[in-house]
Design a protein around this ligand. Structure first.
Ligand SMILES: [Ca+2]
Ligand SMILES: [Ca+2]
Length: 266
């Protein structure tokens, strides 16, 4: 968020008095903690919401949420393509006041083992107290990480204070979306894999990570030879949250004055 936006946010906050909590800027950092040559992750799709948007349930087929078939179901766009192309709009439709977006590595691409990425989001901490996420685990056909319950991760308490600093994902928290049959020929992030091809699995969302062994010894799109390695209790991914302190109102008004001064002189 640039200075002008910050100033505008502050002025709106001042004008509306104390009836609404001021939005806060939240920095989200993600880290791939999987062993070298193990899994990579697609950009993290995130939503700060009121705890109602729910794209899947354990042991049920992926929710369609308005899509014509499972191949474009919101959690399946995350799990099979890493894109969130229907997950993000479905979130926005379910919760118009939610803050949604992505944490994308720089340069854009999969988050390789050992790498980290960061994004910042403007969040109303009184209204959008819950955090929901999804990211494709690659190489795979339809594996992902994400929260089943939309109220599992409460970021802010009723007063708007940040009460959750990090979320860890362990090996046994990797899901198979049950939407696409495991096949190297149709896998994402694999040399020779054609991700657009799919064989419908007709299954349910279920915890599974050892099916990833189908790709052991194969060359990934990043050039490394895949080897799953991690076990059920190994932390493979971590999301951390920080509220970026806002400058005081007086400081912001001072900065606003400075900006006007500069504009007048320019
Ligand atoms: Ca659910
Ligand atoms: Ca599958």
């Amino acid at each position: 968020m640039n200075l002008k936006t910050l100033t505008a946010v502050a002025v709106v906050g001042l004008a509306s008095g104390l009836a609404h909590a001021a939005p806060v800027e939240v920095r989200v950092t993600v880290r791939n903690l999987a062993p070298t040559n193990s899994v990579s992750f697609a950009p993290l799709r995130v939503g700060f919401g009121n705890g109602t948007f729910d794209a899947f349930n354990n042991l049920q087929s992926a929710f369609l949420l308005g899509q014509p078939d499972v191949s474009t179901a919101p959690i399946v766009t995350v799990a099979e393509g890493g894109s969130g192309s229907t997950w993000l709009p479905a979130f926005a439709a379910a919760e118009p006041n939610a803050t949604i977006g992505s944490v994308v590595p720089s340069p854009a691409g999969p988050l390789l083992p050992g790498a980290s990425a960061m994004g910042t989001f403007i969040v109303d901490p009184m209204v959008n107290r819950f955090f929901t996420f999804g990211s494709m685990v690659v190489p795979s056909n339809d594996h992902f990480i994400g929260n089943d319950s939309p109220t599992e991760y409460m970021l802010f308490d009723a007063s708007g204070n940040l009460v959750l600093n990090s979320i860890s994902q362990f090996g046994n928290e990797v899901w198979d979306a049950g939407s696409e049959v495991t096949s190297a020929a149709n896998a994402a992030f694999l040399m020779g894999g054609v991700n657009a091809q799919r064989i419908d699995e007709g299954g349910v969302v279920n915890f599974n990570f050892d099916r990833l062994d189908a790709f052991n010894g194969l060359t990934t799109a990043a050039g490394y030879t895949f080897n799953r390695q991690f076990g059920a209790s190994d932390e493979i991914y971590r999301i951390t949250f920080e509220v970026i302190p806002a400058p005081s109102a007086a400081a912001l008004l001072g900065l606003g004055g400075l900006c006007s001064l500069r504009r007048r002189r320019a």
